[in-house]
Design a protein around this ligand. Structure first.
Ligand SMILES: Cc1cc2nc3c(=O)[nH]c(=O)nc-3n(C[C@H](O)[C@H](O)[C@H](O)COP(=O)(O)O)c2cc1C
Length: 331
């Protein structure tokens, strides 16, 4: 049980919307139960807990990877109790010596070591191209998790259309006082002791004073126009825009999307590639079908779940996490 608890140190490094870390773990003998913590829901940006469940899926993938790395095979049951929608997964750790076909591979170990090198990097990216091999690997990862990944590289017309949708999303979201209040509540001054939410530096507020003023400015003023212009430039200037989607939009699809994005972000880091999210056209429900259309798909061909831009850049500081003991019960 101590070993399983140790592995949770890697699960909690997963990305989550606004760094809410909306998960709770229960360790029972050789089983870990992963629960969604809906008290951490973001009512304005994520009213039906879609991103919350995706975040839990990302934590699940990190945990599976850690289990493999430390010599266990995992048996995962998703939503094992139909009447309990908060119980996302039951993960049983199995001694691998009894399962010769589940040996840890070099691929597992490079992904595992990428866990501590991954963070959301919101800086502008270099123009340097990302290799076709990496792009194929990322598409394959999506497929392994019953999802799809549309990657826009050189098609500037399509990139501009998507960037326009991102900036429209900014304007719509930031014109709503309640959206701004929620966002500001999860952005903390750089010196804050808070172990959740996003320190100002993660959003480019590098000085202490900027990070103290930032949440106040976001809460008080409609900064949508400025943010829209900034995000449009970031999106069109990134070598890659990638949209992860699923064929349906059920809780199970969201878990798969979470596992897929976690692996995609780690695989990208193995090749030194960074990513940051620009989910505005998915979060604003009127824009979601328009994003599909910009990809040449229609609503019979799937549901976009996450939009990321990718490329090379300098390292950024990690964001904090709550301690494993705060999110775990052992019985
Ligand atoms: C489902 C999901 C949605 C996210 N949406 C956004 C987003 O729209 N904009 C953004 O800047 N970051 C977004 N993020 C990134 C989180 O803010 C980030 O993961 C969190 O602050 C923790 O920081 P880290 O990724 O550097 O560890 C999202 C992450 C997840 C998993």
């Amino acid at each position: 049980m101590e070993k399983l608890k140790f592995m949770l140190h890697y699960a909690i490094l997963a990305p989550s919307s606004h760094n809410t870390q909306p998960w709770v773990f229960k360790v029972i003998d050789n089983v870990i139960e992963l629960y969604a913590d809906r008290t951490r829901a973001l009512l304005m940006v994520d009213p039906d807990d879609r991103a919350l469940i995706i975040s839990c899926g990302a934590a699940l993938y990190h945990l599976q990877l850690a289990m493999h790395h430390f010599g266990y095979a995992d048996r995962v049951e998703l939503f094992p109790e139909s009447e309990n929608k908060d119980l996302i997964a039951k993960i049983t750790a199995i001694d691998r010596s009894s399962k010769a076909d589940e040996q840890s591979t070099d691929e597992h170990s490079s992904l595992f070591y990428a866990i501590t090198k991954r963070r959301t990097n919101r800086s502008p990216f270099e123009q340097r191209k990302v290799s076709d091999d990496l792009l194929s690997a990322l598409r394959m990862i999506a497929k392994e998790h019953s999802a799809w990944l549309e990657i826009v590289v050189d098609d500037n017309e399509r990139k501009n259309k998507i960037a326009d949708l991102i900036s429209q999303g900014d304007r719509i979201q930031l014109s709503d006082k309640r959206f701004r209040r929620e966002l500001a509540a999860w952005i903390h001054p750089n010196r804050s002791k808070s172990r959740d939410g996003m320190p100002g530096y993660a959003h480019g507020m590098t000085s202490d004073i900027a990070s103290q003023l930032g949440p106040f400015l976001i809460r008080t003023f409609d900064i949508g126009k400025g943010q829209a212009a900034k995000d449009k430039e970031l999106a069109t200037g990134s070598p890659i825009l990638a949209i992860l989607g699923t064929d349906e939009d059920n809780p199970l699809d969201r878990i798969h999307a979470g596992q897929a994005i976690a692996k995609i972000l780690l695989r990208a880091r193995v090749d030194d590639v960074w990513a940051s999210f620009m989910n505005q056209p998915i979060e604003v429900s009127d824009l979601r079908p328009k994003l599909l259309e910009a990809l040449g798909r229609n609503n019979k061909t799937g549901f976009p779940q996450l939009l990321v831009r990718m490329g090379y850049s300098n390292d950024v500081k990690p964001t904090p996490r709550r301690q494993v003991s705060e999110v775990t019960t052992i019985t």
